[in-house]
Design a protein around this ligand. Structure first.
Ligand code: SF4
Length: 382
């Protein structure tokens, strides 16, 4: 495997203190310290193997996500990061993020990870309303979020993201707006705002199916989203991706690599990588993942080279997520064919429906397209 470029590194920590009923991320509830220790060693083995294998690359971002990375000890997180610095070439100004769940971190741990080189914290807040936080099964309160935020600032972090959700059951417009106002007072450098999605197979899906919980209408959710976009824009945040907002110079470098369909290496159980147009996925089963690495074998479950048309569609969909949209020249340079030649019908249909605009050099989502982005994206899939 040889790569001659700048890539991102994702590290998956699959442990959580409890499982949120709406969550379909790959994570398990575990209080087994020995398992966590073996997992950390396996991660380091994997980092070492890739460090030997991939020489010709530079990491411009490291993102430790999960799960809940902060269920690990500060020293364990430090060990993982030190191994990255030792085995890979890491750019001087690399963005190094750790996801933090309020209630799983104290002042000492946050200082340890800051000193270990982490320069960006992503706080999974979701809402500032305690009643709703409880309803969606979060383990933390609003006070925990505020405390975590202040601890991060105090430790020296000047790049903080806060994740929020809208469309939560039982959350009124007034309550949502109160959360937004309080968020504006905190003034994080970055905000991710996602609609709650109900995935089949999660306990929440059953609640909704059985009528135990009710979701707000699409129309109501759209109104909340539009009011949030307006408020953030009015407060100096750039709306740069459908669900993401940043103060100047604080876009998330790591996620931009995904949205630009560029290369990244994923480490950890269930992690995916995208390198040289090939997609890889690791085994999810923790014991299998650990055992293979203990024997010095990469735990790759499958790898595939994406068919050309699929790669093109994926590029279009990811780029349309960004507000600057899909640059026609970039597409032609990358695939040696104009985008209209392959996707003439969806491009026309979406423009007729008022979901897509053409500014001459780029195709981009209209305001209506942002609200109905999933409908736009399915048009590019066969
Ligand atoms: S903390 Fe995050 S990863 Fe863990 S169960 Fe909740 S939503 Fe899922």
């Amino acid at each position: 495997m040889s790569i001659n470029k700048k890539i991102g590194l994702y590290i998956h920590i699959p442990f959580c203190l409890s499982k949120c009923p709406y969550c379909d991320f790959f994570s398990i509830v575990s209080h087994d310290d020995e398992l966590k220790e073996r997992y950390v060693s396996a991660l380091i083995n994997e980092i070492e193997i890739y460090g030997r294998k991939i020489k010709d690359m530079e990491l411009i971002s490291i993102y430790v996500g999960g799960g809940t990375p902060t269920v690990l000890e500060g020293e364990q997180l430090k060990e993982i990061l030190s191994s990255c610095f030792y085995n890979f070439s890491v750019a001087e100004k690399a963005e190094i993020t750790i996801e933090v769940n309020p209630g799983t971190i104290d002042g000492d741990k946050i200082k340890t990870i800051f000193r270990a080189g982490v320069n960006r914290i992503s706080i999974g807040g979701q809402s500032f309303n305690d009643r709703v936080l409880k309803k969606i099964g979060r383990i933390h309160s609003k006070e925990d979020i505020m405390k975590t935020y202040q601890l991060a600032r105090y430790a020296g972090f000047n790049n903080i993201n806060v994740d929020l959700m809208f469309g939560l059951p039982g959350l009124s417009k007034r309550e949502f707006e109160k959360t937004l106002k309080e968020l504006m007072m905190l003034r994080p450098e970055h905000i991710s705002l996602y609609a709650l999605t109900i995935e089949q197979g999660t306990p929440f899906y059953e609640f909704i199916e059985s009528g135990k919980a009710r979701l707000p209408s699409d129309d109501f959710c759209s109104k909340l989203f539009v009011s949030a976009i307006d408020l953030f824009s009015g407060n100096g945040y750039e709306h740069y991706e459908i669900s993401n907002f940043a103060l100047t110079g604080k876009r998330c470098i790591h996620n931009e690599l995904y949205w630009k369909n560029e290369s990244y290496l994923g480490i950890g159980a269930g992690a995916t990588s995208y390198l040289d147009n090939k997609r890889y996925q690791n085994y999810r089963d923790l014991n299998q993942y650990i055992n293979l690495l203990e024997s010095g074998i990469l735990p790759i479950r499958y790898q595939e080279i994406l068919p050309l048309k699929e790669r093109m569609a994926e590029t279009i969909i990811l780029k349309l997520r960004m507000m600057e949209g899909l640059n026609k020249d970039d597409f032609r340079k990358k695939f040696k064919v104009p985008v209209e030649k392959v996707f003439y019908t969806p491009l026309q249909t979406l423009q007729e429906q008022g979901l897509l605009a053409d500014n001459g050099s780029n195709y981009l989502l209209t305001k209506k397209g942002i609200l109905l982005a999933n409908n736009v994206f399915t048009e590019f899939l066969d």
